[in-house]
Design a protein around this ligand. Structure first.
Ligand code: FA5
Length: 340
């Protein structure tokens, strides 16, 4: 029986060493060590052995089992390693192929326009300041020379939070907040970008939109300075050939007041659908700061004067990119945003 066992070991080890796949090794495990395997079958014949020999043969059988298990495991790991090498050898890496571009997102068109406007005014010596969006009635209206119950307050349909607290309807309150801190010091040259709110809603008006306020106070500031600064601004934003004109207008906090038009950026002033065939596009409101506004904050208007202007960022962006509905800026539709 010992001879038979040693013959089985030799045979099994040869077969294992020759196995070329993991599956074959598994088959061999079943054939030699399985419940109906060769080893079990041989051991069943132990009954015919003299009793003294039985434990010895049993021990030997156990050793063989352990040895074959080890052989099987070793063969499997060799085969797996070979398989890995084979796969690696088959794989080709072409380092000249173009990579896959990660999706990085892009700057929102309103942010891009705001940054561009800010950069132009920073270049003209202005500083950036921000004010609160939830504002007191005093800063939004009263100090800006909108008298209580005056119809001028209706120019801007207001969202009230309480009797005297509201969502600011424009960025002009930042003028007053700034003057309270700076007066009587000059010069002051500030731009104030930010969100504002009005009860408006159509293709070119949104209940929330963005404005940029600009203002300067110094000795001997004139309407000429305002024109110079604004003309420099529109030429940098829309190109050297852009013309600009002032149209008399009214704001309670400026005197005189003007609405500022530029030659149509689409047709160059010849007349088209965008400019309603006038050749001009309105882009902002402006004027010389009303003496009352300077005085309530502590400026001596015998000594100093100032100009101010305010523009809607969405309007500038719509003209710049040819967007005809203001909603598109706020829908967050990637198909729209990815174009910028
Ligand atoms: C003002 O808000 C003044 N504070 C501007 C100003 C500042 C004048 C300093 C003089 C001195 P107005 O109400 O015209 O003015 O608004 C300014 C700009 O905001 C408009 O030209 C327009 O481009 C934009 N705008 C107004 N309402 C909306 C709205 N609902 N949605 C989008 N843009 C708007």
């Amino acid at each position: 029986m010992r001879e038979e066992l040693s013959r089985i070991v030799t045979q099994a080890e040869e077969a294992i060493a020759g196995a070329q796949t993991v599956e074959t090794v598994e088959e061999l495990r079943i054939r030699y060590l399985g419940k109906k395997g060769v080893l079990t079958r041989v051991l069943r014949g132990m009954g015919s052995l003299p009793p003294a020999e039985r434990p010895l043969v049993g021990k030997l059988a156990n050793e063989i089992k352990v040895r074959l298990e080890a052989d099987l495991a070793a063969r499997i790991s060799v085969l797996k390693e070979k398989e890995k090498e084979r796969k690696l050898a088959a794989e080709k890496l072409d380092v000249t192929l173009p990579g896959t571009r990660p999706f990085l997102g892009s700057v929102h068109p309103l942010t891009a326009v705001r940054t561009e406007i800010e950069d132009i005014f920073l270049g003209l010596g202005f500083q950036i300041v921000e004010g609160p969006e939830v504002e007191h009635e005093y800063y939004n209206f009263e100090a800006l020379n909108f008298p209580r119950d005056h119809p001028a307050r209706d120019m801007q349909d207001t969202f009230f939070v309480s009797d005297e607290v509201l969502l600011r309807t424009h960025t002009s309150p930042v003028q007053v907040r700034t003057f309270e801190k700076t007066a009587p010091e000059v010069p002051v040259k500030i731009i104030a970008p930010g969100k504002v709110y009005r009860e408006d809603d159509d293709a070119t008006h949104s209940p929330m939109f963005n404005q940029i306020e600009g203002f300067a106070v110094d000795t001997r500031i004139t309407l000429g300075d305002l024109k110079g600064v604004l003309h420099s601004f529109v030429r940098q934003l829309y190109g050297e050939k852009t013309r600009m004109r002032f149209r008399a207008s009214f704001f309670p906090f400026t005197e005189p007041s003007a609405e500022v038009d530029i030659s149509c950026v689409i047709c160059g002033g010849h007349g088209c659908r965008v400019c309603s065939h006038t050749g001009w596009l309105e882009i902002l409101g402006a004027g010389m700061i009303h003496p009352r506004v300077l005085e309530v904050s502590g400026y001596d208007t015998e000594k100093v004067s100032g100009f101010a202007f305010g523009m809607g960022i969405e309007r500038i962006a719509m003209l710049k990119y040819g967007v005809d509905n203001i909603r598109l800026f706020f829908d967050n539709d990637l198909r729209f945003l990815q174009q910028f």
